[in-house]
Write a protein that binds this ligand. Sequence first.
Ligand code: SF4
Length: 220
Amino acid sequence: MKYTEDNGAIPVAPLETPTQTEQPILVYDIDGKRYINLTNACTLKCKFCPKHNGSWNVKGYELALDFNPKANDIIDKLGDLTEIEEVVFCGFGESTLRLKELINIATHLKQWGKKTRLNTDGLGNLVHHRNILPDLTTCVDALSISLNAQNEEVYEQHCCPTLSGSYEALLGFIKAAPTYIDDVTVTAIEGLEGVDVHACENLAEQFGVKFRKRYLDEVG
Ligand code: SF4
C-alpha cells in the first residue's frame, strides 16, 4: 500500500510511475483553461484510465509525476492568468488526496479573482473520514464529479476502488455537494460495457445536479 498527503495516512491505489526524465508538468493549458496537476495518486484504479494502459499523455502533455508538489511549487508555475477563464484541478490523480495543498492553491486563485473548478472522484469524504465540502465552499466555484456508473456493480467493474463502500460514499458526496457548491456536474463515459449513461443522467437529475456525458478515450 502506498500513501500520500502530508499526514501519510491515506491509502491510494498502487501505481508504477515512469521515471521522470524531463521537467514535471505541474500546470498546463487546454482550450483557454489552466489545469493543475497536483498528484498522480488515486483511490481508484480505473480500467479505462490511460495511465493504467501505458499512457500519461493528455493532449500532448506528459503528466507523470514522481513527487507530490507543494502548493508553492504550483503557485509559482501558474503564470499570467489574465486571459484564463477558469483554473481546473485535474491531472492523472485525485486532487482531494492533497486537500491542504488544494485549498491553499484554490484560495490564492480566488484572491486573484479566478474561477476554480475541481474535477474529482467524489470520494474525499470517505478518504478523510469527514465532510470536506465545507472546506471547499469558499475556494471552489464548480465541481465535476465522476459518477461513472449507475450502480455499484458496474462501478466496481470499471473503477476498482481501493476502499470499500466507495460507490455509496460517492452518491452521498453528490447528494451533499449542492449545499456547499453552486455549480455541480456529474459525468459518465459513453462506451463502457454495462454503463447506462441515461440511468446516470437520471441519477444526476434526482440529486438536482447537472450531467455531462464523456466519451471513451477522450481525455482532458
Ligand atoms: S480516478 Fe481518474 S486518474 Fe484516477 S484512475 Fe480513475 S480515471 Fe485515472
